[in-house]
Design a protein around this ligand. Structure first.
Ligand code: PLP
Length: 384
């Protein structure tokens, strides 16, 4: 029944049921670590909250539903969710990854999993020939991020999926930037979808939480085993906050996309701006792929002010009054960031500049305020 509802309804009802004891419409925050048993092993479905918790179950069902998947798994953070995915692999296995990716993901791969002898190939996933050339019999996983952070490149998920399936390689997609409103990688063939629910899914900058969504029973069994055995699970309060955020995901995304377009077009037409990166422009190199696999173009964009260097980019960033200078994205409030010194500081300068993350690049997470105020703020920040 739920699958037939539209997305706008699924964010509210998908995978949810009315609580049985008192008819609570929202799942209660089951703030308990353990559950009574009548005799060893006999209980009402819950034993210990690292393994399962009813508030977390509600969230996991909601996450599965809004990503059009069979199973959802919630983690203490987006990186904890990724950590679980890479524990599916073993030493000497190889992974193909986009070279233009979230700095924390790069750090996890190079500083943690490389030490355990996983091998990562950081390449341009828009170049399918290059992807093909890196595949060998040790390749076990392709990790896609699209649109990419902060360059807003778009990777063709179906195209990569065809290649991955023909070689029996798992395909995982970090869908954080798009959110399930804009893009559903499982429907394009991906095996695993990962989210930093900290961003658009929870949407209010008040929680850190990660998610994985899968269709395969076998993958779900292995990932739930890792979730419990490694133990990076979110608490019930954070699950509740995320569920609460999901209720308005569709409404918020509609406004993020509307405002994102207004701000992107304003920057494109401004004489004070040299370049704008936003997949909604006809001139964006991957615009057609974005149109094919996304429902809209989102509220994330990056730009380079004209003739600027590290110092005046920082000065512009400090001038913002409505946009807050902060890490993160996807919340109701607009944020501005400086990738080279913030989110991408853990990527060596040479590597990050190769993908376009220059010292003068400014990233915006366009919120849901009135767009006139956002455009006024950008204007005064660049001019003063
Ligand atoms: C924030 C982010 C992550 C990491 O998620 P946390 O919840 O901060 O651990 C991973 N990928 C992308 C694209 C992100 O923006």
């Amino acid at each position: 029944m739920e699958k037939k509802l539209h997305f706008n309804s699924r964010v509210i009802h998908g995978g949810q049921e009315i609580e049985k004891s008192f008819g609570a419409v929202m799942p209660p925050i089951y703030q308990t670590s353990t559950y009574a048993q009548s005799t060893p092993g006999v209980h009402k479905g819950y034993e210990y909250s690292r393994t399962h918790n009813p508030t977390r179950t509600s969230l996991e069902n909601s996450l599965a539903n809004i990503e059009s998947g069979k199973y959802g798994l919630a983690f203490a953070s987006g990186l904890a969710a990724m950590d679980a995915v890479f524990k599916l692999l073993k030493p000497e296995d190889e992974v193909i990854v986009t070279h233009d990716l979230y700095g924390g993901s790069y750090r996890l791969f190079t500083k943690i999993f490389q030490v355990f002898k996983l091998k990562f190939h950081f390449i341009d996933l828009q170049n399918i020939k290059e992807v093909e050339s890196k595949i060998n019999n040790k390749t076990k996983l392709i990790w896609v991020e699209t649109p990419t952070n902060p360059m807003m490149n778009v990777v063709d998920i179906s195209l990569i999926n065809n290649l991955a399936k023909s070689k029996n390689i798992l395909l995982a997609v970090d869908n954080t930037f798009a959110s399930p409103y804009l893009q559903n990688p499982l429907l394009l063939g991906a095996d695993i979808v990962m989210h930093s629910a900290t961003k658009y899914i929870a949407g209010h900058s008040d929680v850190i939480l990660g998610a994985l969504i899968v269709n395969s029973d076998k993958l779900f069994d292995r990932l739930s085993f890792i979730q419990n055995a490694s133990g990076a699970v979110p608490g019930p309060m954070d699950c509740f906050l995320t569920l609460r955020g999901i209720k308005t995901l569709a409404l918020r995304m509609e406004r993020h996309c509307f405002n994102g377009k207004k701000v992107a077009e304003f920057l494109l037409n401004s004489e004070l701006v040299e370049r704008v990166y936003w997949p909604g422009f006809n001139s964006h190199p991957n615009h057609l792929i974005a149109k094919k696999q996304m429902n809209d173009f989102g509220g994330m964009l990056s730009f380079v002010p004209k003739g600027s260097n590290f110092r005046n980019a920082i000065k512009i960033i400090e001038n913002f009054k409505v946009f807050t200078l902060a890490e993160s994205l996807g919340g109701v409030e607009s944020l501005v960031g400086h990738p080279a010194s913030m989110t991408h500081a853990s990527i060596p300068k040479k590597i990050r500049e190769k993908s376009g993350v220059v010292d003068s690049l400014i990233r915006l997470s366009v919120g849901i305020e009135d767009y006139h105020d956002l455009i006024d703020d950008i204007t005064q920040a660049i001019n003063s």
